[in-house]
Write a protein that binds this ligand. Sequence first.
Ligand SMILES: Cc1cc2nc3c(=O)[nH]c(=O)nc-3n(C[C@H](O)[C@H](O)[C@H](O)COP(=O)(O)OP(=O)(O)OC[C@H]3O[C@@H](n4cnc5c(N)ncnc54)[C@H](O)[C@@H]3O)c2cc1C
Length: 502
Amino acid sequence: MPLALRRRHFLVGIGGFAAFAGRSAPARALPPDSAWNDLKTRLNGALLQPTDRGYLDAALPQNRRYADRLPRGIASCENADQVAICLHWSHENNVHPTIRSGGHSYAGFSTTRSLLIDMKHLKQIEKLPGGLVRVGGGALNRDVYAALKAIDATITHGRCDGVGAAGFLLGGGIGFNMRHYGVGSDLLRATDVVKADGTAVTATATDNKDLFWACNGGGGGNFGVNTSFTLATQEVKPVTVFNLSWSHRARDLPGRLLATMLETLRFAPDEFGSKISISAPSPTERRNGGDVHIGLLGQLMGPRQALMDILGPIFKVAHPDPVRSEDKKHGIREMGYWDAQTDFLSEAGGAALYQEKSRFYGGKLAETAIGTALAFARALPGNSKKPSEFKFFQTGGKMNKRAPTDTAFVHRSSDWLFDVEVNWDATDVWRDVEANLAWQAAFHEAMGDYMSDCCYQNFPDPTLGRNWAQAYYGENLDRLKAIKKDFDGSGLFTFEQGIPVG
Ligand SMILES: Cc1cc2nc3c(=O)[nH]c(=O)nc-3n(C[C@H](O)[C@H](O)[C@H](O)COP(=O)(O)OP(=O)(O)OC[C@H]3O[C@@H](n4cnc5c(N)ncnc54)[C@H](O)[C@@H]3O)c2cc1C
């Protein structure tokens, strides 16, 4: 990467972070204690307040970066009627309520200092006729796994146990099945929603169809409180899963390997799904001779030999590291579908401190882009106890078979979703964290020369500045704003990157 380019990108990055640090979420004065007591009575006691046992567990978000924003009250709703009580109370008390299911918003969009509507008790999952399943608005990925395993069916899902089905589906939902079945929301057939005025409706392709369209990728927390999602389940097929990594000595190997992976895999059949991860060594690791490592994780709905044929051109560049036989989470294995998800592919995704920035792109990635990306990875400025990395989630396949305006999920022409992730630990030196965040902003900016400006709405990025809505929703933004006006004209559901009223 030319030095001038690098300097320009680093400066933009630092400016971007400074801009973020100065921005604050919309705030309104909190209602008096008497109003909270009144809400507690109306909810038959189902309101947790800061001095209550269990409050902190329920209050903390998964991204602990936002752990200083804790709710004044947490309504533990068990049904749509209790949700409606919260919304009426919010109107009466001039409160913007915040909804939480899994609490895994990257940007802390399910945190608030006011009223949190906690959906985690609505986690029932019910099998319906016609291959449908109704998933409660507070169900987590792990609940969905257990319920679908029991009926030998699947959907497009992620890998992290604690992610909420609601946030996942409302923002699209990507996973290894998406190239075969479409994104998670492409399987949505109906959703029950408590609207801002407290009334409950069912939205489908024919009833409340604008609301249904918006709930297919228009982002969580915008149009109402979704109390259930009805999804078309898919046939479970045996899979060959893989988790491979490459350590190496040759300096030019990562570039050749990454270029071959990106170019080979984008032509793989739709039954194939993958994620490529490239670690960024810290300054101390580099001083000790460390370099980037490349990892490849995913699944093929098919036999081992078919996978070997797909990966053949990659293995010609370099063979992956050998795997010890007792290592059950690495290597290549033929497995039953759900055993593969729970025992090989899934991750806990517990509390962490991080920020991610993404970009979709399609076609062949230029050699200079790969060179730039690796140069950034080899220049991570700050040490941290947590590793940082960049990743490519493989998209394409059935995900691209629908038109961008068919549903609110607009991203229908990519082969990969690029993402750069900075992680840190509570005991890290803040100067190092800031340096790594500036590095991330510069890295993301540099990739803009080769990739689209479209970002994944389920990886919300608080540093996107004024362009966030265009980046997440593109040509669907105007329709989303109009639907927001119809369903929440007073802007009850308002947050930093909430759809504005059109
Ligand atoms: C460890 C980890 C792994 C991930 N893996 C994947 C992955 O594989 N694929 C993928 O696509 N994404 C993935 N994500 C991103 C994830 O899909 C989004 O962060 C998603 O929004 C999280 O949903 P949630 O319910 O857990 O989050 P929350 O923080 O509870 O909610 C996210 C947003 O949706 C709103 N919301 C929540 N519940 C409701 C509801 N019932 N009705 C209306 N609005 C609601 C919230 O107000 C908030 O704005 C991952 C995130 C993490 C942290």
